[in-house]
Design a protein around this ligand. Structure first.
Ligand SMILES: NC(=O)c1ccc[n+]([C@@H]2O[C@H](COP(=O)([O-])OP(=O)(O)OC[C@H]3O[C@@H](n4cnc5c(N)ncnc54)[C@H](O)[C@@H]3O)[C@@H](O)[C@H]2O)c1
Ligand SMILES: N[C@H](C(=O)O)[C@H](O)COP(=O)(O)O
Length: 333
């Protein structure tokens, strides 16, 4: 019997808007069964703060998967060390935030769920707590033993993948290597086929330097690193082109012939995507053995507990996770 995808949803940083947008789900028609992983007491207290009337039911490992019911959410309780206060970070709670991810990984490995959706965490407070952490992407890659993964954000018809993720700008050029780029493009190409059901995906690759290096006068990474990788993959009949100057790459005429863009670094690609589709986009980690999606925004500490958090991106992240699970099943992966 084929079941609807079972989605795990980690609540994220408790002082941020993660609890707010998770609680909103009780009032939406969801694509699949969803199980929250977070602190039950924090969620109950945030529901009171927000004036939301819903039932929060504890779920224990081994219980049957929760049925969809309007006005009810099921929660696998992972208690925080300290009470959560909207907008007020507390590093004592960082281990519990990461414990929700570990719990999710445990359930996925045990075959008790089909995909993971994550609400935002605060990278800074986890580091302040003395735990090295650069993002879910890297944390889940390590947890899965995946040597290489790719961050892709998608919204309103635009898909932007990143060749490098969370690292200081000063380290980006050295991190763009032929080996790394080839691995990224292969993972992206495969995911577009299997997860997005595109039979012959077309990928545009951005240059690193202004005007894609201006023939070597404004940088040499295009000639030395990016172009040879593109040429090699074109030799395998992959529909990959570039390096394109990043300033004009994101224009309608070029994008209409593309399924995805590969940007060289975080703030080359994501500002464009977020300008285009903030609040409606989804962050997807490609190259993991599990399905993982997330929201396009952060913890928004400034509006936590105020009722102003918008949950559109989370709804799409859930939809997207369910769709990827169905596509992988259809492709036999
Ligand atoms: N998936 C994730 O875990 C994730 C994603 C992005 C950022 N972050 C982290 O979040 C923290 C804060 O990041 P930031 O301040 O750069 O970005 P942010 O997205 O938290 O906030 C930027 C602005 O957008 C607003 N905003 C964000 N989400 C909103 C929503 N759903 N509804 C209404 N308004 C919203 C905020 O109020 C703020 O004004 C950082 O630690 C960052 O690393 C985590
Ligand atoms: N780079 C993401 C963004 O700007 O939306 C974000 O920081 C989330 O990254 P992780 O999924 O790795 O936590």
């Amino acid at each position: 019997m084929i079941t609807e995808p079972r989605l795990l949803l980690t609540v994220g940083e408790p002082a941020g808007i993660g609890p707010d947008i998770c609680l909103q789900l009780a009032f939406h028609a969801l694509p699949s069964g969803v199980l929250l992983i977070g602190d039950l007491h924090c969620l109950r207290s945030r529901a009171l703060t927000l004036g939301l009337s819903l039932r929060l039911e504890p779920w224990l490992e081994g219980n049957p998967w929760p049925a969809l019911e309007r006005g009810v959410l099921h929660v696998l309780d992972v208690p925080l060390a300290q009470p959560c206060r909207p907008g007020r970070l507390d590093m004592a709670n960082a281990p519990a935030v990461l414990a929700t991810l570990d719990k999710a990984m445990h359930l996925l490995r045990a075959g008790a769920a089909d995909a993971l959706v994550t609400a935002p965490v605060h990278k800074g407070i986890i580091n302040d707590a003395g735990i090295p952490f650069t993002g879910h992407t890297e944390y889940l890659a390590a947890a899965c033993g995946s040597p290489k993964v790719v961050m892709l954000l998608a919204g309103r018809g635009l898909r932007v993948a990143l060749a490098t993720t969370h690292l200081p700008l000063a380290q980006v050029a050295a991190a763009v290597t032929q080996e790394g780029l080839e691995g990224t493009l292969r993972i992206l190409h495969r995911a577009l086929r299997e997860d997005f059901a595109l039979s012959e995906p077309r990928i545009l690759v951005a240059g690193l330097n202004p005007h894609a290096g201006e023939g070597g006068h404004l940088g040499h990474e295009e000639q030395d690193v990016i172009a040879p990788v593109i040429a090699a993959l074109q030799g395998e009949s992959l529909r990959i082109s570039g390096p394109w100057p990043a300033d004009t790459l994101f224009t309608p005429r070029l994008l209409e012939d593309a399924d995805a863009v590969l940007a060289m670094y975080h703030d080359q690609g994501l500002p464009v995507l977020k300008y285009h589709a903030f609040g409606e986009a989804v962050n997807i980690t490609l190259g993991l053995p599990i399905v993982r999606t997330s929201v396009d925004h952060g913890t928004a500490l400034d509006i936590a507990g105020t009722g102003r958090a918008e949950g559109g991106s989370l709804l799409r992240a859930l939809d997207n996770a369910a769709e990827i699970v169905r596509n992988r099943r259809a492709a036999g992966c």
